[in-house]
Design a protein around this ligand. Sequence first.
Ligand code: ATP
Ligand code: MG
Length: 552
Amino acid sequence: MTEKNVSENFITQIIDADLASGKHTHVHTRFPPEPNGFLHVGHVKSICLNFGIAEDYQGLCNLRFDDTNPDKESVEYAQAIQSDIKWLGFKWHDKVRYSSDYFDKLYNYAIELIEKGLAYVDEQSPEEIRENRGNFTTPGINSPYRDRPVAESLDLFARMKAGEFDDGSMVLRAKIDMQSGNINMRDPILYRIKRAHHIRTGDKWCIYSMYDFTHCISDALEGITHSICTLEFEDHRPLYDWVLDNISLECHPQQIEFNRLNQSFTMMSKRKLNELVEKGKVDGWDDPRMPTVSGMRRRGYMPESIRHYAQRSTVTKKPSTVPMSLLEDAVRQDLNKVAPRIMGVIKPLKVVIENYPEGQSEMITAKNHPMDESFGTRELPFGRELYIEADDYKENANRKFFRFTEGREVRLRYAYYLTCQRAIKDEDGNVIELICTYDPETKGGSSPDGRKVKGTIHWVSAEFADDIEVRLYDRLFNKPAPKGLGDLNTNSLEIIENAKIEPNIVSNSEGVRYQFERMGYFYRDTTHENNKPVFNRIVTLRDSWAKLEQQN
Ligand code: ATP
Ligand code: MG
């Protein structure tokens, strides 16, 4: 039996009961993004839940764009959302749906409500409407237009549609209860006049329905059984039900709300992410530091890691924040299993082995995965000149530093023991080269005399290594609960243009995630290269934020 997408939670319990009681014979969910930005890791929780439940119950899940705010929506966003869902590994039922598919039907249901005396055209100004809605402590005040004759509202609504009135001059409102304790029920607006070009219907409409009216009807028209959404819609549920109870549509889906995924060190809402893009704080929506699906993809996260992480965030009615380190751990754990090990030097320091014959070279056998023999081995060229990591040398090292300092012997991974004889400096006193000697008896990394060395470092052949650019990413924000752009981590991107990688990797690197031994996991970013191959660091080998995360 294959494992379930969604582990048991209060929503699956509702579904189980509905199937057992015969209320439903099948399950049909939907994922309803607004095409006003890219999907982020929070959306992944909703995607895993909606598509995952449909899969688990052999049901269906629709993808429906909630496109009722023409100002903010674009075709590019809609396309990006579709490719993100596919990349995450989910398939929607049948064709992509749009709320705009139902504009004609929605209009007719609005007329039905007017005819039943349950909706009216209100000519108060937007300020008056806001003012008269009251607040948590004050009840609302009825509009002077509330009891106008049905025929008058029908006429005005038709003329609103025909474009006879200015934007904002009137709205269609449901007639429910201005005294209701639930502000959403105080004669909510159903339609407003807005002259805006729509991504699908062009200039056909100058009135657009509001979310609360559109969403429930779209769900019902599609035969959705369980309409799963986040907790902020809980107070809208009475309106969801009111609309469906008062129009002639048989289907009445059940709206169920769950806790959204919040993540430490992350700002999630599309509005805030858009601000980062607009202000040039990041390199687009798919910047590898963004919590967007496309950013995580470009960075090199595997789709299953993101899914597993989102699925681990429990589905309840209680808001909660997940530490970002859980996502990074999920990414690391998966990469550890699938990433071949190679050697790349990020900040190169030249090493010359003075007792290694000039003009000579040899091959060294290296394992591609320390725990998994099936990855096999490869041959690495070794010679007189190498590059090592600059940080693996220290001029004034104490006894606990097991890497290079003058006179200290260190193991080169898979190769030989090397002793650092002296450092060569430039005029400013910077170390630019190490002169070393090697012990030819230690090939493979051990000494026949049983002599032990404590440090093992990575290296590449200076002659055969390829030049690459490396981009090291850190968290975009440096506060566990960022409030705004003031909490941006100014050191979240470091670009190193002269990094080195062992030969025969670059040409095979597209789509492969590698571990650069000791330095982390890396992924080729072919979409953002100029002249050199670019490798993004997906994640370091260890968590460097553990302390701050605990304060969260
Ligand atoms: P944002 O505030 O980030 O723009 P949204 O809710 O406005 O999010 P939509 O495109 O309307 O974005 O969302 C589509 C679906 O994804 C909705 O059902 C919404 O409830 C869900 N969703 C959005 N954010 C989260 C989140 N952080 N965790 C879980 N589900 C989410
Ligand atoms: Mg929204």
